[in-house]
Design a protein around this ligand. Structure first.
Ligand SMILES: [Zn+2]
Length: 277
């Protein structure tokens, strides 16, 4: 247990109502000298100490397609030395249903029934993405609130269950902005560009690693202005919006990913992170 004079340890989540698709800022009130270990929804949690917030934090989230019900958030804090020991801070987290709309779309047939050459390309790109998403920075690279990537009208398209050409059904895992081709696209926060190239479905795509498993993805760009390995700061130009890949017209598709989970970008943009780092 912690020393008697220490503040009582506690774990809080923001937003406090957890739903499928929610990003979650997890705050652990434990001493700076503690070592924290955590796991939630089958993923390890990596916490960082915030001198500003005087607590441990991590940004995580619940996938848009996650099952509703009770989940177990496991966190332990260990203090070495006199008065140390391990404290179990685990708690149950209820995952609530999120109500997302349904819709239908018509795209080029090659995106619904890709031919052999396209399938080979799609498979190679899937392997590349898996590699990229398995190698996030071990420290948070973001700083303060996330900002919208474009000055354009957002749509409430996240989580929509869609049917393509009356056949293929899928869940829309990002937010579409109504951006004309050539609209400036900026980094939503600081990080490292880990992918910047044309992909079959995504078109010209830029993925930024913000550390600790958190990424933002910009798709369908008409131009890419960054290269893989480049550090970018919040608001830096990454490219121009367009209509490349599987689209019905020009727009920016912006997605937020934590580990394997796709999160609601609108909710990330609403989070108060200025007080954290
Ligand atoms: Zn989209």
């Amino acid at each position: 247990m912690f020393a008697a004079h220490a503040q009582a340890p506690s774990v809080t989540l923001a937003p406090d109502v957890v739903a499928a698709g929610s990003p979650e800022l997890i705050r652990v009130a434990a001493p700076a000298a503690a070592t924290l270990e955590g796991e939630w929804l089958g993923q390890k949690l990596a916490f960082f100490w915030s001198p500003q917030g005087q607590a441990w934090y991590t940004l995580a989230g619940v996938d848009v397609e996650a099952a509703v019900g009770t989940s177990s958030l496991r966190i332990t804090a260990t203090l070495s030395g006199t008065g140390g020991g391990t404290t179990d801070l685990s708690r149950s987290i209820e995952i609530h249903e999120a109500h997302y709309p349904t819709g239908t779309l018509t795209v080029s047939p090659k995106f619904v029934a890709p031919g052999p050459a396209a399938l080979k390309r799609i498979k190679a790109e899937a392997a590349l993405k898996a590699k990229v998403f398995a190698a996030s920075a071990s420290q948070p690279l973001w700083s303060g609130d996330f900002r919208a990537p474009v000055h354009a009208e957002p749509t409430d398209s996240f989580g929509t269950r869609r049917t393509f050409n009356g056949q293929l059904a899928s869940v829309h895992k990002g937010m579409d902005f109504r951006a004309a081709t050539g609209t400036v696209v900026r980094a939503g926060n600081s990080g490292v560009v880990v992918l910047a190239r044309p992909l079959y479905y995504e078109g010209n795509c830029v993925v930024i690693d913000h550390g600790l498993g958190l990424y933002t993805l910009s798709m369908h760009l008409s131009r890419i202005d960054v290269h893989e390995g480049q550090h970018v700061t919040k608001g830096q130009l990454v490219g121009l919006s367009g209509a490349t890949g599987r689209v019905t017209g020009p727009h920016l598709h912006w997605a937020v990913r934590w580990q394997n989970a796709y999160l609601d970008p609108a909710k990330l943009l609403q989070m108060d992170l200025d007080s954290v780092r």
